[in-house]
Design a protein around this ligand. Structure first.
Ligand code: HEC
Length: 226
């Protein structure tokens, strides 16, 4: 190596070293900004004073009559899954929810998609309670090796089958015992769509796995004499 290229290498090494030396050090000085762009912009802080409006409020109230998307405060049954007088859960999905989404086909398609995202990881794609959070296995046909997660009920459970739709909705909203609440993450309409899909699962997947018991006749008619 010639002495010239050697000194060039040395210069590069010193330059890199001195730049790298600045990393991780704090400074009281204003940062060096080659292009300031929107670094200093005209803006209001929340709750601050404004000269632009007669009432001098920076934060403006929504235009009168504004309705937030997916707000159902006007309809307590849709918002909570409870009857308006709060005496019981609604038995079936409120019609207005289905209408607003454009029919049961759309509701079910949306429910299937959302169920796959929010519920299937724990409850399994068929609702048998053996999702990948619960079971460690390569294929769905392999036996379920527990990961130590609390056991989940199958949606096939007669108690869950008989549960009113509103209670299913409230379960998603608030969670239950060891199940977390999904109200904060899943909007109201989507929660109802999931309820519809869980019902569809119970009717299809679960019906094949174990048919519901035949209806019990309380006082059977005596056999007609032959
Ligand atoms: C993090 C895992 C997890 C997720 C995700 C999850 N669940 Fe659960 N779920 C549970 C557990 C655990 C239980 C059992 C709770 C218990 O009995 O302690 C349960 C129970 C239930 C029950 C039975 C409630 C009862 O009264 O016994 C229903 C219905 C249910 N989940 C529906 C859903 C739906 C619908 C979703 C998707 C929005 C969902 N869950 C998402 C873990 C989960």
């Amino acid at each position: 190596m010639s002495p010239r290229s050697c000194s060039l290498l040395l210069c590069v090494a010193i330059a890199t070293g001195s730049l790298a030396g600045c990393r991780g050090q704090t400074s009281e000085d204003a940062p060096v900004l080659l292009e300031r762009n929107m670094y200093d912009q005209e803006r209001y802080n929340p709750e601050s004073y404004s000269q632009a409006f007669p009432d001098h409020r920076t934060m403006r109230a929504p235009v009168e009559g504004t309705i937030a998307r997916d707000h159902y405060e006007d309809d307590p049954e849709i918002a909570t899954g409870l009857l308006a007088n709060k005496s019981a859960y609604v038995m079936s999905i409120p019609q207005a929810v289905v209408q607003r989404q454009g029919g049961m086909d759309k509701v079910l398609a949306r429910g299937q998609e959302r169920f796959g995202i929010f519920c299937a990881p724990c409850h399994g794609a068929t609702g048998d309670g053996k999702g990948m959070v619960v079971c460690k296995r390569d294929k769905a046909t392999d036996p379920c090796e527990s990961r130590g997660f609390p056991p989940l009920p199958s949606y096939d459970d007669p108690r869950l089958r008989q549960m009113p739709d509103g209670q299913l909705f409230a379960t998603i909203t608030h969670g239950v015992r060891t199940m977390p609440a999904y109200g904060p993450q899943i909007p109201t309409t989507d929660r109802w769509s999931i309820v519809a899909y869980v019902r569809a699962l119970e009717l299809t997947q679960m019906a094949q796995a174990a048919p519901p018991p035949p209806p019990q006749v309380k006082n059977p008619e005596p056999e007609p004499a032959k």
